[in-house]
Design a protein around this ligand. Structure first.
Ligand code: DGT
Ligand code: MG
Length: 383
């Protein structure tokens, strides 16, 4: 092939849920940059701008080749003027000045460090930033009022910002399996989130739990939590009850994309894997500026974020789809349902406004079919 020939245009669908997006792709040098701008927009609560950058990045992730010139982007959807400008700069100069100055700005770095604390959202981080705080370490001398989640977040800051490996996720799977089976025989446990999509590393481990007998899953979480706690496996947990039936705004139209399942945000105390204790333990705490938990070199455990969700069997397919991600893929599924199909999709149900009825599904495949979409397996939902 001639060296400067542009790659033949790829026919690309405009919704991420219409495309296959593998985990490993060819354009990280561009998508990392666009995602910095997306994150920065989130820090200033500019959601529209953030989603625009995320959609642009996602299109590049779905490309089967490296982008080498602007010509390679011809006919691609979702690439706005701003994203194109950034891409052009990177293709020509190797970096984008806007991305680099964002990355290096005091505000961006502080917002990143503060929102990296478990339990701290953008609003809180922004308030702290305006009060002069720059890192979790600043929280202690200023005597900020912290809720229980944030206290745990500060205490285990280093561990919780050390990516969870697939191996660790598997160990936690075994523990959760054991806990759930002990309190409700016959229950079904599914690993969801990034690990279901094939990621090697994650920020947490997500599980969905159900039981084939509808109703058997009610009030299950406190029992699971009790079992785990009695084994000394929990450093923190907050359980919220199922509020789906009580909600006034109708099942498929929750107030936000937050769902209403019985849910437990937790921090597990995970015994270090034999092979990791010698080689990796010290790296958890060394060389990191922030973090407040002094841990001795011989420490044999570490803190890991685990999310548990309990779903009734009749909603399990929707919950599985809703909890597998990626976040952008989920958002695009809901947008597709609403804008293209006149339907409303949540992690609980799918409502067809034209037919004025809920559409049932026993599998993710059936949900894609209801939505008129080709089935995309979890490993290709990395939008
Ligand atoms: P990571 O960062 O490695 O944990 O990556 P993910 O993709 O596992 O992200 P995570 O754990 O934040 O969330 C897993 C998926 O679950 C995410 O793609 C969307 C969904 N999800 C997270 N929180 C909620 C929620 O409150 N409600 C609903 N409906 N879905 C949620
Ligand atoms: Mg996750």
């Amino acid at each position: 092939p001639k060296p400067f020939e542009t790659t033949p245009a790829v026919k690309m669908k405009s919704y991420a849920c219409q495309r296959r997006t593998p985990l490993k792709h060819h354009n990280s040098f561009l998508t990392d940059a666009l995602e910095i701008l997306a994150q920065n927009a989130e820090f200033s609560e500019n959601e529209g701008r953030s989603v625009a950058f995320r959609r642009s990045a996602s299109v590049l992730k779905a490309l089967p080749h490296v982008v080498r010139s602007m010509g390679d982007l011809k006919d691609l959807p979702c690439l706005g003027e701003h994203s194109l400008r950034v891409i052009k700069e990177i293709l020509e100069d190797g970096t984008s000045s806007e991305v680099e100055s964002t990355r290096q700005s005091e505000q961006f770095q502080a917002m990143k460090a503060l929102t990296d604390v478990f339990g701290v959202g953008v609003r809180t981080a922004d308030r702290w930033f305006r009060e002069g705080l720059r890192s979790p370490l600043d929280l202690i001398p200023t005597g900020q009022k912290l809720n229980h989640a944030q206290q745990a977040g500060v205490k285990y800051y280093n561990d919780l910002n050390t990516p969870v490996t697939k191996k660790e996720a598997m160990v936690i799977s075994d523990i959760v399996e054991k806990a759930v089976k002990a309190v409700l025989p016959g229950a079904i446990i599914t690993l969801t989130g990034g690990f279901r999509r094939g990621k090697e590393l994650g920020h947490d481990v997500d599980f969905l739990i159900t039981h084939p007998e509808e109703g058997a899953e009610e009030r299950l979480m406190p029992k699971i939590v009790n079992w785990l706690d009695n084994q000394g496996l929990l450093l923190y947990q907050k359980t919220t009850r199922n509020s789906y039936l009580e909600s006034k705004d109708g099942p498929a139209r929750p107030a936000s994309n937050m769902d209403r399942f019985e849910r437990c945000f937790s921090i597990f105390k995970l015994e270090q894997l034999e092979s990791d204790t010698h080689t990796e333990t010290s790296s958890y705490n060394s060389g990191r500026a922030a973090g407040t938990e002094e841990r001795h070199a011989g420490s044999t455990w570490r803190a890991v974020r685990v999310d548990l969700v309990v779903s009734p069997y009749s909603q399990f397919a929707f919950a599985t789809l809703g909890w597998t991600g990626s976040k952008l893929f989920e958002r695009e599924l809901r947008r597709w349902a609403g804008q293209e199909k006149g339907m409303s999709l949540s992690s609980h149900a799918l409502y067809d406004s034209k037919q004025q009825r809920y559409l049932r599904a026993n599998s993710e495949e059936e949900i894609f079919a209801h939505l008129g979409l080709e089935y995309i397996p979890p490993s290709e939902r990395n939008a």
